[in-house]
Design a protein around this ligand. Structure first.
Ligand SMILES: NC(=O)c1ccc[n+]([C@@H]2O[C@H](COP(=O)([O-])OP(=O)(O)OC[C@H]3O[C@@H](n4cnc5c(N)ncnc54)[C@H](OP(=O)(O)O)[C@@H]3O)[C@@H](O)[C@H]2O)c1
Length: 338
């Protein structure tokens, strides 16, 4: 089979399509013939050498695929073979075949293309964890979604709207029209102006009840300042460090040094909460995550979850796909296909 290999840390030139032996399903596993694999910001940061949870290089990234069950190992219901599925993969998803435990495999929604189905797991589970499981977003509350036009951002927007929240979102200005069409109440340009005074202005100086922030470093301090009483800040990424080589390492150190320290008395006095989400650290919580998957699938069946696939790249153009996201061109999901 072919697979997209991150051969070492570096720019997009380190990505290569290489041949490898097809995987064989072990006991309790299936092999999925991949039709579409999700690309995530973590794949980019792993390539840059800035993602501590990434596998040692050379490696094949990929947390999510949609495809067809090709074979099934011992102890697995053999009628699964030939079924269209979505799978959450702990790496190795960006390949023609991937093997996974049956606990990580879910039925593909019939109405979705393979590309749309592959856009579900990471973006929607992350957004669900941030808004519902940990953020406890309530109808009528206000939420600020940073990078609202990205993969997680658009998923968060759909969930927030379903909850009945008032939605504010930062994004590059070229994405605002699309975001308005998707129902974002207040798009905020954060590239050419300071978003915090703009948000305060829009909320009569109050701020919001929930902020979700994947930018990290000193930006978490600023997002914390955007909370009103009973407000919560969900931190889930450090995209501000994204860069190749030494520049990336230095930016990561800077981000670490500038991270806020939250004092219990400060939280208590201001009625605020802070929390973090890392989907990649929930592999031992399969039952909990399966509950979230089922809530997301209900949203798919009820028609309010509609993942937006921006662009699909063949494996051979994985470098272009990375560059597309790194240069902030994507609105929603980027997909790789064999
Ligand atoms: N903790 C978790 O479990 C978890 C899970 C999934 C994702 N994440 C994090 O969530 C964030 C979004 O992930 P995603 O996969 O959905 O990607 P994404 O938002 O689609 O990523 C690309 C977008 O991020 C924005 N952006 C902000 N800073 C950037 C930078 N320095 N370089 C390039 N783009 C930047 C750009 O949009 P605009 O400029 O238009 O806003 C860009 O289009 C990432 O930080 C990722 O690491 C965390």
């Amino acid at each position: 089979m072919k697979q997209v290999v991150t051969t070492r840390n570096g720019d997009v030139g380190v990505l290569e399509v290489q041949d490898a032996p097809d995987p064989v399903a072990g006991s309790g596993e299936v092999v999925v013939r991949v039709k579409a694999a999700g690309l995530n910001f973590a794949d980019i940061m792993a390539r840059q050498g800035l993602y501590p949870d990434g596998p040692p290089k050379p490696c094949v990234m990929g947390y999510e695929v949609a495809g067809v069950v090709d074979s099934a190992g011992a102890g697995v219901d053999q009628s699964l073979i030939g079924k269209p599925v979505i799978a959450m993969t702990r790496f190795n998803g960006q390949a023609e075949f991937v093997k996974v435990g049956t606990g990580q495999v879910f039925e593909k929604p019939e109405a979705f293309s393979f590309e749309q189905a592959a856009a579900l797991p990471v973006n929607y589970l992350t957004a669900y964890a941030l808004l519902v499981a940990m953020g406890g977003l309530q109808p009528g509350e206000a939420i600020l979604i940073h990078n609202a036009g990205g993969g997680v951002g658009l998923a968060a927007l759909e969930i927030a709207r379903h909850v009945g929240a008032i939605t504010y979102g930062t994004a590059s200005p070229g994405k605002h029209e699309f975001l308005r069409e998707r129902g974002l109440d207040y798009p905020i340009d954060y590239r050419t102006q300071d978003w915090l005074p703009e948000l305060k202005n829009l909320t009569n100086g109050r701020g919001v009840e929930l902020v979700i922030d994947p930018i990290g470093g000193s930006h978490w301090k600023k997002s914390y300042a955007a909370l009103r009483h009973t407000g919560r800040l969900g931190m889930f990424g450090v995209s501000s460090a994204s860069a190749n080589g030494l520049k990336g390492k230095l930016k990561l150190i800077k981000a670490a040094l500038q991270m806020p320290r939250f004092h219990p008395l400060g939280l208590l006095g201001k009625n605020r909460g802070v929390f973090g989400v890392n989907l990649g650290h929930l592999w031992d919580e399969q039952e909990k995550v399966a509950g979230w998957v089922s809530a997301i699938m209900d949203g798919v069946n009820d028609g309010w979850i509609r993942p937006h696939v921006d662009k699909t790249f063949p494996f051979e153009q994985a470098g272009e796909a990375h560059s597309y996201m790194e240069s902030r061109k994507n609105t929603g999901k980027v997909i790789l296909v064999p």
